[in-house]
Design a protein around this ligand. Sequence first.
Ligand code: UD1
Ligand code: PEP
Length: 508
Amino acid sequence: MADDYLRRIGSLIRDSRLHHGWTQNQLAEQLGTSQSAVNRIEKGHQNLSLEMIARIGEALDSEIVTVGQPEPSHLRVTGGQQLSGNITVKSSKNASVALLCASLLNKGRTVLRGVARIEEVNRILEVLESIGIRTRWLGGRDLEIIPPERLELDSMNVDAARRTRSVIMLLGPLLHLEAQFKLPYAGGCNLGTRTVRPHMAALLPFGLEIKATGGFYHAEVDRAAKPNRPIVLTERGDTVTENALMAAARYDGVTVIRNASPNYMVQDLCFFLTRLGVRIDGIGTTTLTVHGVEDIDRDVDYAPSEDPIEAMSLLSAAIVTSSQITIERAPVEFLEIELALLEEMGLDYDRSDEYTAANGETRLVDLTVRPSILKAPNDKIHPMPFPGLNIDNLPFFALIAATASGSTLIHDWVYENRAIYLTELTRLGANVTLLDPHRVLVDGPTRFSGTEVICPPALRPAVVVLLAMLAAKGTSVLRNVYVINRGYEDLAARLSLLGARIETFRDI
Ligand SMILES: CC(=O)N[C@H]1[C@@H](OP(=O)(O)OP(=O)(O)OC[C@H]2O[C@@H](n3ccc(=O)[nH]c3=O)[C@H](O)[C@@H]2O)O[C@H](CO)[C@@H](O)[C@@H]1O
Ligand SMILES: C=C(OP(=O)(O)O)C(=O)O
């Protein structure tokens, strides 16, 4: 068994043991082995037979690994537990997938450090591998990416590609590599129609023409085309800005992108491109001036920053369970509006002095959240492109509003479908009224009670339901949690380390 797997299995065993509140000695007793053997197993220093893994799984009443196609996995939550302790925010899904796509711009070796082990990253890795790119976990969470001489786009793993929205970000890099190619329609969260036209408009000045038919975008590249005036994005979208940046990065000239998104994943991509020798003026603003380079062949090392949406999820976990926890490494510059609003609602919390993320740029803090009595905010809550309240954080405000006294109007003007999923909270006892597809009215406070829910097909609403279950009296079941694993690494196990009672199980 490869060392990397042994370490991962070891850490799953450790998490599960801690979840049971057992010492290494206690687990050793159950297994009829020594404490030092358990210690070696947990550190990944011990070869494990399948029989041993099964015995450990049985002792801990938890499936450590599955063999073959995994069945859908579910969570059983015993709510009402207060959480305590410290938890560290992991790197963001959205930056990681953008950087994986951007690694195609580089003929050299790319190493991405501290990448969260999430399903969205796995799907993009499957896509990259299927077209001939060598990818390898170096141990822990560092990823190595080495491109081949020539891509094999016809062998693309279409199933994996269709499960992500991120695959759309291959358009920008591929236009430099191939004169003709096709990509499957992008998937991701099912939030109603999500636009592709802005991507086509942003990439047309680089000669990329796309026809969408039969489930694929068919692309043709006119190499003579040049972006001879500023590219004005018709909407300030994150992935569209990233596509424009990746196209501009290998264009031998200067490209100005206006109405660019300055959001966290875009900033991470800019910092990464800078390491590849691309000069970008205006990082963090809505006008980016990119001094591209025709050829990039560098060995590069970069660590994407921490996920503001995960930080917001953890803040919400503390709030709904009335707990004191410390959230370490929260990227505060992407949470300022959220924190200001929570303060207005009455949240009692402290933040540490700022320090810098491993990318050398992003400002981080540790946030200590204390139990607070919240009231509804004075005005409706609505998202805006950065530096506004992040659209992906909006669902968490519906949950928080349900714990606060008074009425809160949540207005999701961006997505056609996401607000609708927030009505799932009514199953757990919240008072959420859908006023129209974009607006919900939440009346609190709520005494949540446990029940069974199937995950909505959207990441953040699914996490919101899970967090409500942590607050709910009694036992709840959350079914089909792939959607959560798409964006969060071992969320259930990490919450369990804070004292939540969550078990993972599968249908037989
Ligand atoms: C892989 C990735 O990075 N995904 C993120 C990215 O998706 P992505 O950039 O793909 O977001 P979309 O292109 O789907 O845009 C989101 C929605 O916003 C609308 N829109 C956006 C900007 C604007 O100025 N006007 C406007 O109307 C679009 O029409 C669309 O309906 O950004 C979204 C919005 O931050 C996040 O929810 C996603 O997590
Ligand atoms: C909408 C989201 O993701 P995606 O763009 O990958 O569907 C999200 O991260 O909440």
